[in-house]
Design a protein around this ligand. Structure first.
Ligand SMILES: [Zn+2]
Ligand SMILES: [Zn+2]
Length: 269
């Protein structure tokens, strides 16, 4: 059993992948389940705003479910930008959408992209970024924190990577709040493909979460291209095992269900 719980298609503003092509690739790669997680924002100043049409998105998922019945389990998810702001608008927008899974993301700081945020001088970027993630996990209605230390993707060619020991207080607060609120974290494999050279979050953060009693964990490629569907998922499963996790989770109508990690096998093609 292998799955991918972070996948974009052309229902996201920054992807041109066609959903049925992604499903075909998933089957080809031996995945049994896939969860689409398109970008969505209610804030009109963000680039994500206004792209996703729920009716079209959910209809295409239904068509793919029929087309791939018996071959691939397909879930309807979403990735929200800064869902701790404009919460009433998010609630209204999502109230009647039959979503299986919600990722919460900090993609912007003060409504500006992370690259621009990093150009600001005289501030501790990582501290502020993690404080923003903490704010999100304290307030937002989400299932999983997406790419918890995403800032390092943009920081590696700039201010560099961070040391857990320098930000342990705020990262522990994020993880403790997540555990208390039944929110999980993901292993986002896109970090391996980019300059960071390691997943989001790092092995050390994953180990800390596991030591603190965190259990809710998903794995996703964050693919925006057909050929990245399921990328490095088996490496992430291996990493989860090494960090001490016993299971990863699937979501159905936002209810988590554990799948024991020893049930996962690798059929690398
Ligand atoms: Zn994201
Ligand atoms: Zn994403």
């Amino acid at each position: 059993m292998i799955y991918d719980y972070h996948v974009h298609t052309n229902h996201s503003f920054d992807s041109r992948a066609v959903m049925s092509d992604v499903c075909a690739e998933a089957v080809e790669r031996g995945l049994q389940e896939i969860c689409f997680t398109e970008h969505y924002a209610v804030n009109p100043v963000l680039p994500t705003y206004g792209h996703l049409d729920f009716t079209q998105y959910l209809a295409e998922i239904e068509r793919c479910k029929q087309q791939y019945e018996g071959k691939l389990i397909i879930k309807a998810g979403i990735e929200l930008c800064e869902p701790h702001y404009m919460q009433t608008q998010y609630e209204e927008a999502l109230a009647h959408q039959p979503l299986d899974f919600i990722l919460g993301s900090v993609h912007n700081m003060n409504e500006r992209k992370l690259r621009l945020f990093l150009a600001q001088e005289g501030i501790d970027h990582y501290e502020l970024y993690f404080r923003e993630v903490l704010h999100m996990v304290q307030h937002a209605d989400i299932d999983i924190i997406a790419h918890l230390d995403l800032l390092k993707r943009y920081a590696v060619g700039n201010i560099g990577n961070y040391k857990l020991s320098d930000y342990e207080d705020v990262i522990e607060a994020i993880l403790q709040t997540a555990i208390t609120r039944h929110i999980g974290i993901e292993i986002n494999t896109s970090g391996w493909r980019g300059g960071a050279g390691e997943p989001f979050p790092s092995r050390e953060v994953l180990q800390l979460y596991c030591q603190m009693g965190g259990e809710l964990l998903t794995i996703g490629s964050d693919s925006h291209f057909v050929e990245h569907t399921g990328a490095e998922i088996s490496d992430a499963i291996q990493l989860a095992k090494e960090c001490g996790f016993k299971a990863i989770y699937t979501y159905n109508q936002r209810q988590p269900q554990a799948v024991a990690l020893d049930k996962y096998y690798f059929d690398k093609k």
